[in-house]
Design a protein around this ligand. Structure first.
Ligand SMILES: O=C(O)CCC(=O)C(=O)O
Length: 387
């Protein structure tokens, strides 16, 4: 299916002009919502009730100033290193310096590629058909690259700075407040939207498993943290339809048809500065447009589920492969949280360490060291969950 305005090729400039009014209105709506500020915990380490209420009301919240300058520099340097070590083309084996590309040592290839400014998913049956409407795909610059890297997969084995961020005590306290103390990790990826090249991620809701469950609720498919290494703007960022996480499975085709274009009415851009972190409900309708803006976005996603939505659940992954999840798999995958809190303690010894309830007492098995790097962290993402 194509959307109502895909009547011919448009340039990136025309695309950005088409977006201008929508962006202005979306920015106003975003700033009018009371859902941004620093992570606030009480004396017992519990998340401030007003923050939790605002998250559940809107389906997202912007945590400001989560990552300090020093940590931000380490994260940016790691992403730059991994991008410099990418093969020069999707099927290549060597980086631009002629060295073996990063990734040959991993079971799952780390790099996700797309044609510049394209929409690889919208209107296709990929990802279990969860992106039903094709987005506008402006003509990429004639002198630009054939491919752009849009995604890195398996952050925790690619970048030690991401392991340390994964152990962040404030973020993990938020995860516990939203999903319960026994929250379960599911996957970590980087979204990269290079200026004038970044592809769109067509409107979708992430979850595909529990929509018809008799005990379905607004948190049934968990959430993603989205840590921003550069400012997230209306041109390069994710847009969310506030409150849509409460609606069940939404008819996205109808939303687009009713809006008269892919610019869904009432949606707001996720706006923030470098070092801020969004929490976004996976059931919220969200997506991002082709990045015809002049600004780069690099987002580190870390996702978490409520345990009861994973344990003993049978479903299929986004590629359709059937899977079932048991307590042992959850235990093994969750060890990454405990290892990460230890990695963070080693790097930031003065910071309070988060204690992940399900693994209390197992600290000695879950140290961040050469052994766990090899036996636990390497290829950890073949144990990712998906619901
Ligand atoms: O970062 C983006 O552009 C899209 C992110 C997204 O859709 C997701 O995390 O589900």
């Amino acid at each position: 299916m194509t959307n109502s305005e895909t009547s011919g090729p448009i340039s990136a400039l025309e695309h950005s002009e088409t977006m201008a009014a929508y962006i202005r209105q979306g920015e106003q709506r975003a700033h009018a919502l009371s859902n941004r500020g620093p992570i606030k915990l009480d004396g017992s380490g519990n998340l401030d009730a007003a923050i939790l209420e605002a998250y559940w009301r809107h389906g997202f919240y912007v945590f400001e100033n989560v990552i300090g300058e020093e940590e931000l520099a380490e994260l940016r340097a790691d992403v730059a290193r991994v991008l410099a070590g990418a093969p020069t083309a999707p099927d290549g084996g060597y980086d631009a310096q002629g060295n073996p590309a990063i990734g040959g040592e991993f079971a799952l290839p780390p790099y996700g590629w797309a044609k510049p400014l394209s929409d690889p998913l919208g209107g296709t049956s990929k990802n279990k058909g969860r992106h039903p409407v094709k987005m506008q795909d402006p003509t990429p610059p004639a002198d630009g690259p054939d491919w752009t890297i849009e995604r890195l997969r398996g952050n925790l084995q690619l970048m030690e700075s991401c392991v340390r961020l994964y152990g962040h005590p404030g973020l993990l306290a938020v995860a516990a407040a939203v999903n319960g103390d026994d929250f379960v990790p599911y996957n970590e990826v980087v979204f990269i939207k290079e200026p004038g090249l970044g592809p769109s991620v067509a409107w979708h809701q992430d979850g595909t498993t529990h929509w018809d469950a008799p005990d379905w609720d607004q948190g049934a498919h968990g959430f993603n943290f989205m840590a921003q290494l550069y400012p997230s703007t209306a041109g390069n960022g994710v847009w969310v339809l506030p409150g849509s996480h409460k609606l069940g499975k939404v008819d996205i085709k109808k939303l687009v048809a009713d809006s008269g274009s892919e610019r869904i009415e009432g949606a707001v851009p996720l706006l923030c500065q470098a070092g801020d972190v969004f929490i976004t409900n996976r059931q919220a309708v969200h997506g991002s447009f082709a990045n015809s803006s002049p600004d780069r976005r690099v987002t580190l996603n870390e996702g978490f589920f409520p345990r009861n939505r994973v344990l003993d659940v049978s479903t299929s992954k986004l590629d359709g492969t059937a899977v079932s999840y048991d307590a042992e798999q959850i235990q093994e995958r969750s060890r990454l949280i405990a290892v990460a809190t230890d990695a963070r303690r080693q790097r930031f010894p003065d910071e309070a360490q988060y204690r992940y309830r399900p693994l209390i007492g197992q600290e000695d098995d879950n140290r961040w060291n050469a052994e766990t790097r090899e036996t636990l962290v390497k290829d950890y993402n073949i144990k990712d969950f998906y619901i």
